[in-house]
Design a protein around this ligand. Structure first.
Ligand SMILES: [Zn+2]
Ligand SMILES: [Zn+2]
Length: 402
């Protein structure tokens, strides 16, 4: 099927609603909501979609919203945005700063949500003009940043509840404070890591600090475990693979002259393939047993987190070609591997997917303001680019993948 619209026209349509997209973003930014409490944000999303004449489903994955734009008989394309914020106290001092102390959209999910609303506006417009050859599933998911008591995140629940059923391809965007506005990056295959949490409890036997011979000192044992845990990466993992084992917390003891009974450590394991993920989990358990010949015992619990985000080669080649068409060859680069994790990974398992990093750094800024920081900021000129990227990726997929 020939292309119905030049890329520049889609970009122009996005720029024409820049004001709306920015207002949505700033409104959501003012009222950030944590994991699975995104009722206000979902309400805004739902009302914008309903006003556009888009059929919606609410309370998907607890607090998510799914929208349906029906066009021609071509492919069904899923477009995803996450809606949750982080427990961070904002320090930016803008007029649209968070009004909720200790909660902040520091990962750009406000922008993701606003950009998808922008894309929905463009795509519904095309559908109403009879210019959308397929259909769109709008996936506004809750809780990307955290899992609930059952260990489930918003993306995982969306997939479980069937929101991706029948979707031929799925695309998502994340803001990237290390790339300038107008620049995007992605890569085929694994792009973001799997993230598993672990807890190690080292059991010794406490007593008087001046009588160590009648104790098994778990603090001394913990030093061996810390060392052995790093050997998992340097000696057990194939050096051509990527992985991280980080111990982030260590707690033991209450006072200087008492040897405690236990020490508890928590940390994270990052990996890119199912094989290395499995290996790091089992080798960490093995490494912790180093305390046994020294009289202690280690209990290792793995809390499984998100799988690696793996971009489908065909969907990624498509995204790259589409972005080159819209932004020019020089403004599309191959993303590096990122040790962070994303629950878009579940959607990319459910359908051929591609996750795109969208530059939001203003080149005039001397510094970078990365995500997950209290001073995270973005150049809002990136907003219409993100909307156009989602809309065009979907449109071109329908035109070329029939
Ligand atoms: Zn984040
Ligand atoms: Zn994020």
């Amino acid at each position: 099927m020939p292309q119905t619209k030049p890329a520049q026209e889609i970009l122009e349509r996005a720029k024409a609603i820049h004001e709306d997209i920015r207002t949505w973003r700033r409104t959501i930014h003012r009222y950030p909501e944590l994991t699975f409490t995104e009722q206000r944000t979902a309400g805004l999303v739902n009302s914008v979609l309903v006003d556009l004449g888009i059929e919606t489903e609410t309370e998907v994955a607890k607090t998510g919203v799914v929208g349906h734009i029906r066009g021609g008989a071509g492919p069904l394309v899923g477009l995803r945005a996450d809606m949750d914020a982080l427990p961070i106290l904002e320090v930016n001092g803008t007029e649209f700063d968070s009004t909720r102390p200790g909660i902040m959209h520091a990962c750009g999910h406000d922008a993701h949500t606003a950009m998808l609303l922008g894309a929905a506006t463009i795509l519904k417009g095309l559908a109403d003009e009879g210019q959308l050859p397929g259909s769109i599933r709008l996936l506004f998911q809750p809780s990307e940043e955290a899992q609930d008591d059952e260990g489930k995140s918003g993306g995982m629940r969306m997939v479980e509840e069937g929101a991706l059923n029948g979707v031929d391809a799925v695309f998502g965007i994340h803001v990237d404070a290390h790339h300038d506005v107008g620049h995007v990056a992605t890569r085929p295959g694994p792009m973001l890591a799997a993230a598993d949490m672990f807890e190690i409890v080292i059991h010794g036997s406490g007593g008087h600090a001046a009588r160590p011979q009648s104790t098994v000192d778990p603090i001394a044992l913990s030093a061996h475990v810390i060392h052995a845990a790093q050997q998992v990466i340097s000696r057990r993992l194939d050096p051509t693979e990527h992985g991280v084992v980080t111990i982030g917390t260590i707690h033991g003891g209450t006072v200087n002259n008492v040897i405690p009974d236990t020490v508890t450590m928590t940390g994270t394991i990052r990996s890119f393939t199912p094989e290395s993920r499995q290996l790091l989990r089992s080798e960490l358990k093995c490494a912790a047993r180093i305390v046994e010949p020294l009289g202690g015992r280690a209990e290792v619990t793995i809390f499984p987190g998100y799988p690696p985000t793996v971009n489908n080669p065909q969907a990624t080649a498509h995204m790259v070609a589409t972005m080159q068409e819209m932004l020019g060859q020089d403004n599309v680069s191959e993303s590096e591997l990122i040790m962070g994790a994303e629950d878009f990974s579940y959607m990319a398992q459910a359908a051929p997917g591609c996750f795109l990093r969208l530059g939001v750094h203003n080149p005039a800024w001397a510094e970078f303001y990365p995500v997950h920081r209290a001073d995270f900021r973005m150049d809002e000129d990136a907003l219409p680019i993100g909307s156009a990227a989602l809309a065009l990726a979907a449109l071109r997929w329908m035109e070329t993948q029939r």
